[in-house]
Design a protein around this ligand. Structure first.
Ligand SMILES: Cc1cc2nc3c(=O)[nH]c(=O)nc-3n(C[C@H](O)[C@H](O)[C@H](O)COP(=O)(O)OP(=O)(O)OC[C@H]3O[C@@H](n4cnc5c(N)ncnc54)[C@H](O)[C@@H]3O)c2cc1C
Ligand code: SF4
Length: 430
């Protein structure tokens, strides 16, 4: 039998692909990462609101791809997934979605790992226990926080899970809007705390601390103050002679030539030419949608419904980042667009099993934080694009301009984020 090209083939050079690529090549394996996007350097990054959040240069919906679309069934016309929000858009190029992420770096609470034991099954749900416990994962959370550089103060986090080490960096400075939200929380008896964030509050491991510029989420940081897999993991992995990163390689199929064993992938290069690459182990790190997409596309005689889909579960219960916000208008300026997008405070009184669920009709919960308008960097052009229009106000002309002028600076959004859940369905009732 022909020797495979690599020990390990990783599809996608984002958060998962970057970390695994470094770990496995550091361990001596011969690793290749295939990435659909082009190579980026920090010097290519600019504070250009039109180019990034509006024209979506770093995001999935590049002009080449024409945007992310969906259709409910094969006969329906395709529709854009989110015509106006950047929130759902995935990465493109080494670093993946982390290039334009906000940086918030939570740990799951221990109860999440035993979700089925703690909450039981919900009607029509698919809650399962994780195969590992928080105790087993804890050293790796710590390793991540120290590798990437996470700023936070564990002592202030209500219901924060136990940890073997403090955060490597102190929390970020808070802006006016955040302090306003924290004051309001305290006046209601809650205990707000700075959210742990993968943004450097001090210079760290050769990278500069944040400059509090505000061109943060939806952008890649121009000074590398925001941590991501490109400036930490991939930069280190590329020093290893046994690590190969191939960019502009769009994987369209995982290959299988015997039962229960994948052995490589087929990818297209920039000219659309197909290449087959073989490996002993294949890892998919293409983010939620595309992990399912690729597995379902990879049909063969041994997996007629797609790889890993013997029980029809691939892509079911898929959800990503559910978040609900309420916008408030204030007399004074909030200027939420200033500073790192996630130098925010949150309250943890309504997370997981930390409150009485009697009669509420759902399980688990979420944290609430004071934020920019949902899905937005908070900057003016994006605000104008995403702002909810009151009845009768058109999305253009003097009335629209007046609305933007009046509302951009005094707006502050309170948001509920529930992406730490293991089954979103019942939670949507919150
Ligand atoms: C605007 C925004 C803000 C966010 N903020 C936060 C936050 O503050 N905190 C937090 O924890 N999470 C945040 N997230 C989510 C977080 O970024 C993702 O959960 C994380 O990056 C997922 O890691 P991944 O490795 O699965 O995928 P990604 O990091 O997206 O990497 C996937 C990589 O695979 C590549 N790829 C995809 N398909 C193929 C293919 N067929 N062939 C080859 N390559 C392919 C992509 O180009 C990409 O580089 C945010 C997401 C968005 C969109
Ligand atoms: S706010 Fe800080 S971390 Fe965010 S992009 Fe600006 S300098 Fe970088």
């Amino acid at each position: 039998m022909k020797k495979p090209d690599y020990d390990v083939l990783i599809i996608g050079a984002g958060a998962a692909g970057g970390i695994l690529g470094r770990e496995l090549s550091d361990a001596g394996l011969n690793v290749c990462v295939l990435e659909r996007g082009p190579m980026y350097e920090t010097k290519d990054m600019v504070m250009d609101e039109l180019r990034f959040p509006i024209r979506e240069d770093l995001l999935w919906a590049t002009p080449m791809m024409g945007g992310m679309t969906w259709r409910p069934d094969a006969r329906s016309a395709t529709q854009k997934v989110f015509p106006r929000l950047t929130w759902w858009l995935d990465g493109w190029g080494p670093g993946g979605t982390m290039n334009h992420w906000g940086g918030v770096s939570w740990r799951f609470e221990p109860s999440v790992f035993q979700a089925l034991d703690v909450w039981g099954q919900v009607p029509d749900g698919a809650i399962a226990n994780w195969p590992i416990t928080y105790e087993e994962l804890e050293p790796y959370y710590t390793k991540f926080e120290y590798r990437f550089g996470v700023s936070g103060d564990a002592d202030q986090i209500l219901h924060g899970p136990w940890r073997s080490k403090p955060y490597p960096l102190p929390p970020l400075e808070q802006g006016y809007a955040t302090n306003h939200f924290a004051k309001a929380c305290r006046s209601l008896g809650y205990k707000p705390f700075p959210m742990p964030t993968g943004i450097l509050s001090k210079d760290y491991q050769g990278r500069k601390r944040t400059g509090y510029c505000g061109y943060c989420q939806s952008f890649e940081c121009t000074v590398e103050g925001k941590s991501n897999a490109r400036v930490t993991e991939l930069r280190e992995a590329l020093q290893n002679p046994n690590f190969t990163l191939l960019v502009n390689r769009y994987v369209i199929q995982i290959t299988m030539n015997q039962p229960d064993r994948v052995d490589g992938a087929i990818c297209l290069d920039e000219q659309g030419k197909a290449h087959e690459i073989t490996a002993g182990i294949v890892i998919i790190g293409t983010h939620t949608f595309y992990n399912s997409w690729l597995l379902l596309l990879s049909k063969n005689q041994y997996a007629p419904d797609g790889i890993g889909n013997r029980y029809g579960q691939v892509g079911k219960y898929l959800h990503q980042h559910p978040r609900f916000g309420v916008n408030g208008l204030f007399e004074e300026r909030m200027d939420v667009h200033i500073g790192p997008s996630e130098s925010l405070v949150a309250i943890n009184e309504y997370t997981e099993n930390n409150f009485d669920h009697t009669g509420l009709g759902f399980v688990m919960g979420g944290y609430i934080y004071g934020a920019r308008v949902a899905g937005s960097s908070g900057l003016p052009i994006e605000f104008a694009r995403d702002v909810e229009l009151p009845p009768g106000v058109p999305g253009w002309g003097p009335q629209f301009r007046g609305l933007c002028r009046r509302n951009l600076q005094p707006v502050l959004s309170g948001a509920l984020q529930i992406d730490r859940s293991s089954d979103g369905r019942e939670l949507y009732h919150l």
